[in-house]
Design a protein. Sequence first.
Length: 157
Amino acid sequence: MSSKLKWMITGSIFIVLLFIFLIPQKQLVIDPEAGEGLYLPAERFEIHWIHSIEKEEWFEVYDIEDEGFVLSESHFKTFGAGVPSDTDEAAEVTEDGFVKYTLNDYYPELFLNVSDNVKTTIVQGDEEILLYDIYEPYTAVEITIEYISLLEQLIGG
């Protein structure tokens, strides 16, 4: 292999690595008040928890829109405190027994408190992220959309 070809290959690899490490990518960022943040793909996700009064699982489905979130669906099994009451579409009952409300509420960021009592969990695709196993009980987290490079993620954003 010629010296010129080796330099071209090395240069190409270097440029690709620079692109991967330095060019910011859109990320879902879970930023706790204490501890290390989590970086996930900026794509649809769910927040799951056990309702503190009803003692039933609830979950909300969020889509990414621009630099924020659209709460598209809310699922719960019983009516109680915090149940959506003002929606444009009628509720439906899913095959697995959840009442599903279709919503379209936009939020620039999300805030929640993590608790092992309510099993605070993020679900994205087939992956479950058990926030209550990662963070101390009652840790407040902020969820945002940010453009961040792999290098920034590796050194702590």
